[in-house]
Design a protein around this ligand. Sequence first.
Ligand SMILES: O=c1[nH]c(=O)c2nn[nH]c2[nH]1
Length: 295
Amino acid sequence: ASIVSARYGKDNVRVYKVERDEKLGTQTVTEMTVCVLLEGAIQTSYTKADNSVVVATDSMKNTVYIKAKENPVTPPELFASILGTHFVETYPHITTANIKVVTHRWTRMTIDGKPHPHSFYRDGNETRNVEAVVRKGQGIDIRSGIVGLLVLKSTGSQFHGFVRDEYTTLPEVWDRILSTDVDCGWQWKTFSGLTAVRSAIPKFDQAWNGARSITMKTFAEENSPSVQNTMYKMCNSILEAVPEVETVDYALPNKHYFEIDLSWHKGTKNTGKDAEVYAPQSGPNGLIEVKVARS
Ligand SMILES: O=c1[nH]c(=O)c2nn[nH]c2[nH]1
């Protein structure tokens, strides 16, 4: 038998960091969950119980905290690149570091119309995600993304003209609820190394803000003929807005809300244009995926 692939590390490393600005008297917080997975000449730890090649996952966890203390933790693309570069540069037998950074939302409270200096709230399960692959001597590949942005529109969505055959019961609709849980990502052109990532720092927040705004604006303003067409338009807009991005991808569940026929009760009209009360569905759900590159 031979090993086809192997990587190991520490997952679910939770990190909180506060930045205190003494002059302004304000504090800023970042909370993230980090995963480190290393690859390299580690096969003998599996095949021969040779632990001399094993950087303990506990040491990786320690390293995450030290690097978070020594370096900025934002933008997450920078921190992931710093962390991954550390591992491939410190251990000669480690050739690839896979770093995932999931940043959670702590949105600053506005109290009496003013941003509060040190109070925040979790406005949603949405996270800003970064996956960086650092390959020794071969640069840094970064995919940034938005996960868990739950959206709904009460109209402005249609679905008709689809295949009708002996398996089809779905009625055509010109006015439906559309709800999805956005999982979106954008792949940056390969960075030659940490210096190139540092030069791109301003672009990471710009891209995240742009992708988030484009997603919500397109979702809201499009009279969507399908999830497929609307997400394709989102991809095109993001590619147009961020020249350094090579591809954009979306995976969108279609979270259905079913009409409820209430006519059994005194002829109550609650379908079609009279529909007001719906049954939100946990499942099954549609799942529509796409990845779009520059043509
Ligand atoms: O937007 C949609 N795309 C689909 O492919 C689909 N299938 N059922 N409902 C659907 N809605």
